[in-house]
Design a protein around this ligand. Sequence first.
Ligand code: C2E
Ligand code: MG
Ligand code: MG
Ligand code: MG
Length: 285
Amino acid sequence: YADTAMYKAKESGRNTFEFYAAEMTSHALARMILKTSLKQAIEKDEFVVYYQPQIDIVKNKIIGLEALVRWKNPEKGFILPGAFLSLAVETGMVVEIDKLVIEKALSQVSQWSKKGILTGTVALNLTTKQLEYQDFVEELSTTIKRYDIDPANLVLELSEAHMMKGLEYTTEKVKELNALGVHVSIDDFGTGCSSLSFLTRLSIHQLKIDQAFVSDIPEKKESIEIIKAIIALAKSLHIDMIAEGVETLEQKEFLLALGCEKMQGNYFGEPLPAQEVEILLNKYL
Ligand code: C2E
Ligand code: MG
Ligand code: MG
Ligand code: MG
């Protein structure tokens, strides 16, 4: 569509403002189309959950899995969250999507627990939209009970940048989640300008070192200094920490030398469908 608009604009020799307007229109149109198909995807439940292993390097064990949503559209194929999540957040549709993800993941957790192959945690990603949604904590509690899951096996990941936007509200909700017995992890830590005092005010279980810093290892000195600071902060506050986006042996060794023992990333394993990750769980048991 953008190409057609550009062609027409050039052909008719319109000024740049009009060209800009035409481009905007095609962008708006693309969003409208995406919005419509996302709505249908929710109705038809076209979402699947993939799981990425989290490793304790010292114990050489899988200590958890992160649940990551994928959209499987019959026409468009396999779609990663980067292509639809921001629109889902803007429109509020993410609340419905995450309800589906929670349902699937918790059902999976209960199956794995029954088989005795899940020894660690399962982490779910949420946006603050979920926390703003009135019945969220109660519904989560009901789902946890329905699947007879130990809440301590669940981790809820909230991105730091998101959390900082509505700190008062987030604080309240994190307390409610703590009361349920689920753990809260701060995702993409280091990018969201935390008011660090909230780390001590709330029961935060874990900090996830953002992959942007990890991918800078070993070249970028500043990023390494930030990683060191996060590790020191987590250690002194007795908060668990994990590095995400570890892609190379060099990054793994570097992080380990800095004192970070838990890692996640394609070096250890990409996100996999449930059946495939189950093979890994059995192997590491
Ligand atoms: P995140 O929570 O920070 O998740 C990490 C992302 O990095 C995932 O992308 C994962 O596939 C990717 N990743 C893992 N290891 C590596 C690596 O070694 N190298 C690189 N380059 N990337 C790696 P994904 O699955 O595309 O998800 C992107 C983001 O979308 C997530 O970032 C999370 O914020 C959000 N998201 C994913 N699933 C859900 C969900 O079910 N609900 C909500 N609300 N958000 C989700
Ligand atoms: Mg995450
Ligand atoms: Mg992250
Ligand atoms: Mg990230």
